[in-house]
Write a new protein. Sequence first.
Length: 117
Amino acid sequence: QVQLVESGGGLVQPGGSLRLSCAASGSIFSIDPMGWYRQAPGKERELVARVVSGGTTNYADSVKGRFTISRDNAKNTVYLQMSSLKPQDTAVYYCYLHSTYYGADYWGKGTLVTVSS
């Protein structure tokens, strides 16, 4: 199977930066889409950013120009560099991977990002 472990969450002031990491283990392939979702209190989980086969990236409109997703296939790790953070970015951030081998979606346990002064 596939395991995903996130790290890098925490408390940051508005305007600050934070980098999240997600290490994947198991049967991982470079063609497997990976990404980040987030869920704020009282809201539904939403896509933040993802990287698919070939390196194509997609971002939610709310984070374009502020967040950057990247992937290190040698380390089976995906990163989310977050800059110019706003209080509305406060949420639990979940790493996501779609396994082409198993034909299933996998999720990390989540890491909390709090943007507050």
